[in-house]
Design a protein around this ligand. Structure first.
Ligand SMILES: Cc1cc2nc3c(=O)[nH]c(=O)nc-3n(C[C@H](O)[C@H](O)[C@H](O)COP(=O)(O)O)c2cc1C
Length: 273
């Protein structure tokens, strides 16, 4: 009897050890594949937000489309590029590292994220070597959750080319309508800034935008029954395009474009005509 109990315990112990070796072995073996999938997912989401690919899409198509993207990690405060490797940089990890993060002044924290990384990736879509579109990571609070996404700006750095969220916990049918392709399509062509780039102008309004409103180009229809999520989207877009977000970087890109334009004799000819 005593012998039987010992045998059972022995078999149970062997099983436990074997199972734990199997589980931890699988976790270690699968880690590289999981990391690769995460990287692929970021690429896919930024390409979807910018309209460079459409679902359904294969990993090969994602990687092929991504060859047109040039990523750089910038310092948000100065807008200057850094030598941080974009391929391995994680904004989320950096936002948890006291050396790499910044506690946001509560008055400036309209996106409700409290803390952010000092550095952020920016993705340039280049055509014949010049900037065609800029895709920026954005995040902020909705009603129930933090929304993570990308905003794509045209080369003029004020026209929206696309917006998309790849992670959030808003209610399907209400705040979850931020994923509705029809709503996302409304963003395309809207202006984030006015001609002088004074302030971020774009807002999600309550209800439908009146097309006769002279300011309609800065306004996006609100999601019905989901004003809190809609407002969250306004605030997070305004935060990330503003002075505490990518504002200094956008200003730097604009001044670079001005320099190129004034150095380009063909642009002078065009102006003289
Ligand atoms: C179960 C439940 C889930 C809700 N989910 C959301 C949501 O995801 N986003 C949101 O803005 N409002 C959500 N609401 C509604 C908000 O409480 C609030 O009433 C709404 O944002 C107001 O928008 P409206 O003025 O367009 O009706 C939810 C309400 C309930 C009862």
């Amino acid at each position: 009897m005593k012998n039987d109990a010992m045998k059972t315990l022995f078999v149970a112990a062997i099983l436990c050890v074997a199972c734990s070796i199997l589980v931890s072995g699988a976790a270690v073996l699968l880690k590289p594949a999981q990391e690769a999938n995460k990287v692929l997912d970021v690429k896919k989401n930024l390409l979807l937000a910018s309209g460079l690919i459409e679902e359904p899409v294969t990993p090969e198509e994602i990687n092929q489309a991504y060859t047109q993207i040039q990523a750089e990690v910038i310092e948000l405060e100065t807008g200057e590029p850094t030598d941080i490797e974009a391929a391995t940089f994680s904004q989320e990890k950096a936002s948890k590292d006291p050396e790499m993060n910044k506690v946001i002044d509560p008055k400036a924290d309209i996106a409700g994220i409290k803390v952010r990384s000092k550095y952020a990736p920016a993705y340039k879509y280049l055509k014949d070597g010049s900037l065609e579109m800029l895709v920026l990571p954005i995040k902020g609070k909705g009603l129930w959750s933090t929304l993570y996404g990308f905003l794509a700006l045209d080369k003029d750095l004020r026209t929206v080319r696309g917006l998309g969220f790849y992670a959030h916990g808003e209610t399907p049918g209400l705040g979850g309508e931020i994923d509705n392709p029809k709503w996302k399509a409304i963003w395309k062509g809207k202006k984030a800034f006015d001609e002088n780039f004074d302030d971020v102008k774009i807002t999600v309004v309550k209800g439908a935008v009146d097309s006769s409103d002279p300011k309609s180009e800065y306004k996006v229809d609100g999601l019905s029954g989901a004003t809190i999520t809609s407002n969250g989207v306004t605030f997070l877009v305004q935060y990330w395009l503003g002075d505490d977000g990518f504002g200094p970087y956008l200003a730097r890109l604009r001044s670079q474009q001005d320099l190129t334009d004034s150095a380009d004799p063909s642009s002078e000819e065009t102006q003289e005509q």
